[in-house]
Design a protein around this ligand. Structure first.
Ligand code: CTP
Ligand code: MG
Length: 261
């Protein structure tokens, strides 16, 4: 495992199992002949809404550290060539010991930035050459399902961005600063964006390069893609893929996990 994002990681990279790196590189559509999916898991936030001493992405939820859930979910797939975990700087030099339980031949650590967008950009820079499809995932969503991963990858292989999302079920109100309702939004057209989000590598790199040049950030990567006028589609996410944002979410996630086990 490399601990410095300025290292030349590429020499460390090797395909899992008996998949050969010498095979003809597949194009985007070719699928799982060779592992060509790179995953960036952003885990460099400070968890300010949860608070407390330990970072939320390292706290235990549903039987193991939160970040480990998603690293293992991606490592269990044969199409994943590399998982890049983006961590706060102090932890890149001194990672939590349980990370070494992972498939360390398919694990790199990158240093996070001040904003999530910057953390993703740092992770993208460290992806090895064979990656053609990029998945971006929040460590704060520990329960990522294989079916959702399949769906976003399938869309990205068709040359578009794809995000896991759920339709909005509540009626949504736009409200002004005084608390007065300005208007009711048309719920039928509104979706809640989750992660993972998948993109053809060259296009998401362009989207991030533009964001960096224009000093723009966004709360998800699809927004940067949309700004380039590139197509993004939604695929069905799941309630299980909830984001752990505040203290109460830990208990909710534990309960959800127990129910669904
Ligand atoms: N993240 C990151 N780098 C940042 C900010 C956020 O990698 N500079 C990651 C978080 O670790 C998390 C995901 O982006 O996995 C979604 O962010 P969020 O849930 O907002 O987590 P935090 O930013 O850590 O929490 P808070 O906003 O409460 O401080
Ligand atoms: Mg945040």
């Amino acid at each position: 495992m490399s601990t410095d994002r300025h290292d030349d990681h590429h020499g460390d990279v090797r395909a899992p199992g008996n998949l050969s790196r010498d095979a003809t590189p597949p194009d985007l559509r070719a699928g799982a002949e060779e592992a060509d999916v790179g995953v960036v898991i952003v885990a460099a936030g400070s968890g300010s809404r949860v608070g407390g001493g330990e970072l939320k992405q390292f706290r235990w939820v549903a039987g193991k550290p939160m970040l480990l859930h998603s690293v293992q979910a991606f490592h269990s797939r044969r199409d994943v060539a590399m998982v890049v975990c983006v961590l706060p700087k102090a932890f890149v030099g001194d990672p939590p010991p349980w990370l070494f339980q992972c498939d360390i031949d398919r694990l790199l650590l990158s240093v996070g930035g001040r904003e999530r967008t910057e953390s993703v950009a740092n992770g993208l820079e460290d992806l090895p050459d064979e990656v053609k499809v990029v998945l971006i995932h929040d460590a704060a969503r520990p329960f990522v399902s294989d079916a959702t991963i399949d769906r976003v990858i399938a869309e990205a292989r068709c040359g578009r961005g794809a995000i896991a999302a759920l339709p909005v079920v509540d009626t949504l109100k736009e409200v002004d600063e005084s608390g007065r309702v300005v208007r009711t939004l048309d719920r039928a057209t509104l979706w809640r964006a989750q992660t993972p989000q998948a993109f053809p590598r060259d296009l998401i790199e362009q989207a991030h390069a533009k964001a960096r040049a224009e000093r723009l950030t966004a709360t998800d990567d699809a927004a940067l893609f949309e700004r380039l006028g590139l197509p993004v589609v939604v695929v069905r996410g799941s309630e299980r893929a909830m984001k752990i944002t505040d203290e109460g979410d830990f208990a909710r996630a534990d309960a959800l996990f127990t129910v669904n086990e």
